[in-house]
Design a binder for this molecule. Structure first.
Ligand code: SF4
Length: 213
């Protein structure tokens, strides 16, 4: 028999997923491969999941609904305007601020993650963060109002939310801002080609000094 705690966690996860489904849009065709039986191969990160109808990818935020892959869009799970040296970038507009946004979920599950509350929200009931609806224009307005010449995607893994980041970056670049990724580097040629026209600075975190992790 499942314990009360397990049942409560299942309910919490179900309600969280229903909320996140409201913040979703169809995946970019450049980042998927459709199969005749409805399965979809996702190329947004190096896991290259084959996502079957009714299932999620490893990241749990990209999901196959009746042969359509839906992906995060139109919200933030974390948002801050802080020095670009915190990203850290040391040779991209030194001394300036970066408006930095992140979403929920991650393709990794590192026990030492500094952003556990957002990155592991779909895996750990103790990780709780709010999802707030935003448009690209609102995020770019915020960057400009705060004097930040850079917009960055960080906190969770940005590769798994690349469609949303690119939509934000298109507006940011049209208004003269620079755009950045702070990533674990678990990419694919397809996702790098997809973001390349919009991302001017890309940092890969060194996650560990241990071979095991
Ligand atoms: S982003 Fe990565 S983990 Fe998520 S569905 Fe695509 S390949 Fe799988």
């Amino acid at each position: 028999m499942p314990t009360l705690e397990v049942l409560q966690d299942k309910e919490r996860l179900q309600s969280l997923k229903q909320t996140l489904h409201q913040y979703s849009a169809p995946a970019a065709e450049a980042l998927i491969e459709r199969h005749p039986n409805g399965d979809i191969r996702c190329f947004a990160c190096g896991h290259r999941c084959l996502v079957k109808p009714g299932r999620d990818g490893v990241c749990r935020v990209r999901f196959n609904d009746n042969g359509q892959l839906w992906v995060p869009h139109g919200y933030v799970g974390a948002l801050a305007c802080d020095p670009i040296e915190k990203k850290p970038f040391f040779h991209v507009l030194p001394g300036s601020d970066a408006l930095t946004f992140g979403m929920l979920g991650c393709d990794y599950h590192c026990g030492y993650c500094q952003n556990w509350v957002t990155s592991q929200m779909l895996r750990d009931p103790k990780a709780v963060a709010p999802a707030r609806r935003f448009t690209p224009e609102q995020l770019v307005d915020l960057a400009i109002e705060n004097g930040a010449p850079v917009v960055a995607s960080s906190y969770n893994e940005p590769l798994i939310t690349s469609e949303w980041a690119v939509d934000v970056f298109k507006v940011a670049r049209s208004r003269g801002l620079k755009c950045a990724y702070i990533s674990n580097g678990n990419g694919t040629p397809q996702v790098l080609d997809y973001i390349r026209p919009y991302v001017e600075a890309y940092k890969v975190d060194l996650k560990t000094f241990s071979d095991k992790t």
